[in-house]
Design a binder for this molecule. Structure first.
Ligand code: AKG
Length: 357
């Protein structure tokens, strides 16, 4: 259909009752209170989870348990490109000295698997700042010329490449893991796009984001703590464009190098004490916290928001299958993503009437 010369605007005003009904539907019908297990029967997985875009957690013996020590014994000299940052928080919105909040990516550094293990264990022994302290820091945009004090400078490592790194960077390690999960490919009906290995510890954090993939995130050693929000929470999570940058270090000092592009990201956090003053809409979001122990797989359906931390040394592998875009989920999500929601506290009914007129 061509719409030459025409101009279409879709506008609707959803009053509190309508939004309440929407959030109730999401809260009580779509988003689970706790995660159901499933027996890895492809037909059940498809019917109860993939088709309904609902997460689940299950024990998975198809993926062998391998510890970081075993990986290092067998492949300690493998060369890795490791994400590094001042405090383990990269790919997250950070304050910069020019007063602008930027989405800042990690720096990267080559090191062997053995060196990564050594540095992870060293960083475990260092003082861990609180989340609030970390996010209240501001970063210079240029390297400082003055001599840096050595205790100013810390580098926190997280092997968190998302470029199919198991197959691309670690071909010697890859055979330890299944090349595909047969029942999963069958139910998703799409290509396996990437297998990523994740090696970190309690200092490593992946901030809230979504992926356009069906994701099977399996913990091989340790434990992940995943905060999930359903795609329908999008109007309430304050996703918006941020200028972007990348962490760099020089002369013992961290700074942020500005980049031209901007990135849609979520700065609001639903996994700590929630800041309802700045982010009142967050009370309509539906976060669930899932602990994923070793030997378990979490199914993170396409477009589910997830924030990931770990409370100990943790090794994980994830399988990303293409999501289906020919679906009601994608179509409706794109529309919801454009909605602008506002929440005003304590507005009297007469004022609401006035606003309406
Ligand atoms: O484990 C993490 O830190 C992040 C995992 C993740 O974002 C993913 O599996 O898509």
């Amino acid at each position: 259909m061509t719409t030459h010369g025409s101009h279409c605007t879709l506008m609707f005003r959803a009053d509190t009752e309508v939004v309440d009904e929407f959030t109730d539907n999401v809260r009580y019908l779509w988003s689970p209170n706790s995660l159901e297990a499933h027996e890895k029967r492809p037909d059940h997985f498809l019917r109860d989870f993939v088709a309904l875009n609902k997460p689940c957690l299950f024990q998975n013996d198809e993926i062998a348990s391998v510890s970081l020590d075993e990986l290092v014994s067998a492949h300690g000299d493998c060369d890795l490109v490791v994400d590094v940052s001042p405090d383990g928080h990269a790919d997250i919105v950070r304050q910069c000295h020019d007063g602008i909040r930027r989405f800042v990516k990690p720096a990267s550094q080559h090191m062997s698997l053995a060196e990564l293990r050594e540095r992870l264990r060293l960083q475990e022994t260092k003082r861990k700042e609180s989340y609030e302290q970390i996010l209240s820091k501001s970063f210079p945009l240029q390297p400082r010329t003055m001599e840096a004090k050595t205790n100013d400078f810390e580098t926190v490592c997280y092997y968190s490449r998302q470029n199919d790194c198991l197959r691309k960077e670690l071909p010697a390690v890859a055979p330890l893991f299944p090349s595909s999960l047969s029942w999963a490919s069958e139910t998703f009906g799409t290509e396996l796009q990437a297998i990523n290995l994740w090696i970190g510890n309690q200092r490593s954090v992946s901030s809230m984001h979504k992926d356009h993939f069906e994701n099977l995130l399996h913990v091989v050693q340790g434990r992940k703590i995943v905060t999930l929000c359903p795609p329908a929470d999008i109007p309430f999570l304050y996703e918006k464009p941020f200028a972007s940058g990348q962490f760099c270090h020089q002369g013992g000092q961290w700074f942020v190098e500005k980049e031209e592009d901007s990135v849609y990201w979520i700065a609001a956090d639903v996994s700590h004490e929630i800041n309802y003053t700045d982010y009142p809409l967050l009370k309509r979001a539906n976060p669930i916290v899932v602990h994923v122990p070793a030997g378990h797989t979490l199914y993170v359906p396409a477009l589910w928001f997830h924030k990931v931390t770990q409370d100990r040394e943790t090794v994980a592998v994830n399988y990303w299958y293409d999501m289906r875009f020919d679906s009601p989920l994608w179509t409706c999500f794109r529309l919801l993503q454009q909605c602008e929601a506002t929440e005003t506290e304590n507005v009297s009914e007469s004022q609401q009437e006035l606003d309406r007129d």
